[in-house]
Write a new protein. Structure first.
Length: 183
């Protein structure tokens, strides 16, 4: 999503055109491609996928965008109050006007989660590490994590920090990890 004031700039127009072209190409199915054909046939083609949907898949080259703090890993958000998104079967809140969960339903899920280790924030961080691992292990030949330096939040342009995972990558052997390149 490009802010309207950015979309009218030259860089914004290029980005809008690129995003539009990708969206158009992704929306048009190509039944003429045989998945059994060699890699030469697929040269120049690309796939856009979420990390969740990429589990079990592999590509020659993988580019993972937004390798920034708050994005990968995503920021933890505390669940406040009694606004559980999950409901027990037959929960009366499902049909209620406000869609809020009853206290009994929320208590049910808190008790159900009590066997899980750590605080909700620790569990969130563990899941984010697992997702980063999935992203990093989809590449056969080349893995590139992309970072942004700034990000619009509301109407403000803010500096964005590199991902905390970058420090972990730097600790890997040279045969596994090459370098972080900033341009």
């Amino acid at each position: 999503h490009l802010p309207s004031d950015h979309a009218s700039s030259p860089a914004g127009q290029v980005a809008s055109s690129f995003v539009g072209e990708i969206t158009l190409q992704a929306a048009v199915p190509d039944d003429s491609v045989d998945p059994e054909q060699g890699q030469e046939e697929d040269e120049g083609r690309f796939s856009i996928s979420t990390i969740h949907r990429s589990k079990g898949l592999e590509w020659s080259d993988v580019y993972s965008p937004f390798f920034n703090e708050g994005l990968m890993p995503s920021a933890f958000r505390e669940q406040s109050g009694n606004k559980a998104q999950r409901h027990v079967q037959g929960c009366a809140a499902r049909g209620s006007a406000d869609g809020q969960c009853s206290k009994d339903c929320a208590r049910f899920y808190q008790e159900g989660d009590s066997h899980r280790r750590g605080t909700p924030e620790e569990r969130h961080n563990d899941e984010e590490r697992r997702l980063a691992h999935v992203a990093a292990t989809r590449a056969k030949n080349r893995l590139v994590f992309l970072q942004v330096q700034t990000q619009f939040r509301g109407n403000r342009l803010l500096q964005v920090e590199p991902s905390q995972y970058e420090q972990l990558l730097a600790q890997l052997p040279a045969a596994v990890f090459n370098a972080v390149v900033r341009e």
